[in-house]
Design a protein around this ligand. Structure first.
Ligand code: UFG
Length: 338
C-alpha cells in the first residue's frame, strides 16, 4: 500500500516505517521535525511540513491509501502546563489531517494512541472495554481523536484502528535508530544515562504505592514489537474483517516495577544506578498493565521481547556512534538536533 506516515521521524514512527518497508509498503514520511530527527527517517521519502499547512498536506495525500498518524505532542506533564498546545497539536491538527484524508479518498487510518486514555483504571490488566477516564490533557486529546475516528468510520468510507501503547522502550537492533527526546523524561533512558554517569542520580518517584515493592508498575513494550503491530494493523484494515473502528491495547500483558527496571539496568550495564527516592509524581497511577488479547486475536501479534532485551537494546543505542554524534552536535549549538 501507499502509506503516509505523519511523525515518521519520531521515536516510534521511525521504527514503524522500517517495519512497513519490510512488509513491502511504499512509505512517505510527513514531519515538521519539531521533535523528530531527519536522520531517523534516512532512506525514506520525506516531506517537511506542518499538519496545518493545508496545501502541502493535500499534496502529500494524493494517491495515499492509508494514513498512519504518529505526529503529536506526548509529554504528560507539559500537557498539564500547556493544554492549549496539546489540543492544538493533537486534536485540531489531527482533525485537519482526518478531514484532508477523507477529501483525498483515503480509506484506512492507523492512529498512535496511548494507555493514557484509561486514566487510573480500577482493574489491571486493562481491557479495551474499560471506561476511558483520562486524568490529564494528553490522555484527553488522545481519546478525543479516537472519538473523531470512531464517528467518521461509522459514517464515511473509512476504516480505522487506534493503537493504545503502553510503555514504549528500547531501540532497533541495528543501533542506527532509537529514543531521542529533549528533554528525556522516561525511566529506562534516564536510568541508563545515570548508570553511565551521564546525568545526576535517578529520582525514583515514590516507594509507597500499593504495589508489591512500593514502586509503580508499568507494561514495558519493545519498540520493535510495537512497530510490527503497525504493519499488521495495516493488513488487518485491508482484510475488511471486524468493525470499522477498533481500539487495541499494545502491551506485553506483564508489568515491571521501577525497582525491577533499575535492577535490570544494573544487570545489563554492569554499573550501579545512582538514585534517590523522591515524592510521587502527580498523576502517576500505581499500576498500568495491558490485556493484549484483542490485538493478539485480531492482528495475530504478540510482544515477544523481554525487559532484558529492551534494556540491552537501549544500552546499545546509548553508546551508538550515530546517537553520540547527534547528541554532541546538539550540545555544541545548545539545542535539540534535527
Ligand atoms: N519514573 C521514575 N523516575 C523518573 C521517570 C519515571 O521513578 O525519572 C517512574 C514513573 O513514576 C513511572 C515509571 O517510572 O512509574 C515510568 O515512567 P515513564 O515516564 O517512563 O512513563 P509513564 O508511565 O509515565 O508514561 C507512559 C507513556 C505516556 C503515557 C503514560 C500513561 O510514556 O505516553 O504512560 O500514563 F501517557
Amino acid at each position: 500500500m501507499r502509506i503516509l506516515v505523519t511523525g515518521g521521524a519520531g521515536y516510534v514512527g521511525s521504527h514503524a516505517i522500517r517495519s512497513l518497508a519490510r512488509h513491502g509498503h511504499r512509505v512517505t514520511v510527513y514531519d515538521n521535525l519539531s521533535t523528530g530527527h531527519r536522520f531517523l527517517a534516512d532512506g525514506f521519502e520525506m516531506m517537511v511540513a506542518d499538519l496545518d499547512d493545508a496545501p502541502q498536506l493535500s499534496r502529500a495525500l494524493s494517491d495515499i491509501e492509508l494514513v498512519m498518524h504518529f505526529a503529536g505532542s506526548a509529554y504528560v506533564g507539559e500537557s498539564v502546563q500547556n493544554p492549549r498546545k496539546y489540543f492544538h497539536n493533537n486534536v485540531q491538527n489531527g482533525l485537519a489531517l482526518a478531514n484532508a484524508a477523507l477529501d483525498a479518498g483515503v480509506r484506512y487510518f492507523v492512529f498512535s494512541s496511548s494507555c493514557a486514555v484509561y486514566g487510573t483504571p480500577e482493574k489491571v490488566p486493562i481491557i479495551e472495554g474499560t471506561r476511558c477516564q483520562p486524568v490529564n490533557p494528553y490522555g484527553e486529546t488522545k481519546l478525543f481523536f479516537e472519538r473523531i475516528l470512531d464517528a467518521y468510520s461509522r459514517t464515511y468510507d473509512l476504516r480505522a484502528v487506534a493503537l493504545r501503547y503502553f510503555n514504549a522502550a528500547g531501540a532497533d537492533e541495528s543501533g542506527e535508530i532509537g529514543e531521542l527526546h529533549y528533554p528525556e523524561t522516561h525511566l529506562i533512558p534516564l536510568a541508563l544515562e545515570a548508570a553511565a554517569g551521564l546525568r545526576p542520580p535517578l529520582e525514583v518517584f515514590g516507594n509507597d504505592y500499593p504495589t508489591f515493592d512500593g514502586t509503580c508498575i508499568r507494561d514495558y513494550i519493545h519498540v520493535t514489537d510495537l512497530a510490527e503491530a503497525h504493519a499488521l494493523a495495516a493488513e488487518f484494515l485491508q482484510s475488511q474483517t471486524g468493525d470499522a473502528f477498533t481500539a487495541l491495547n499494545l502491551g506485553t500483558g506483564g508489568g515491571h516495577s521501577v525497582r525491577q527496571v533499575v535492577a535490570m539496568v544494573e544487570k545489563v550495564s554492569g554499573h550501579s544506578v545512582p538514585r534517590r527516592i523522591t515524592e510521587r509524581r502527580p498523576g502517576d497511577p500505581p499500576s498500568l498493565v495491558a490485556d493484549p488479547a484483542r490485538a493478539r486475536q485480531l492482528l495475530r501479534w504478540s510482544a515477544n521481547r523481554s525487559l532484558e532485551e529492551i534494556v540491552a537494546s537501549a544500552w546499545k543505542w546509548l553508546h551508538s556512534g550515530k546517537r553520540q554524534r547527534v547528541s554532541a552536535g546538539a550540545a555544541s549549538v545548545g539545542e535539540a538536533p534535527n
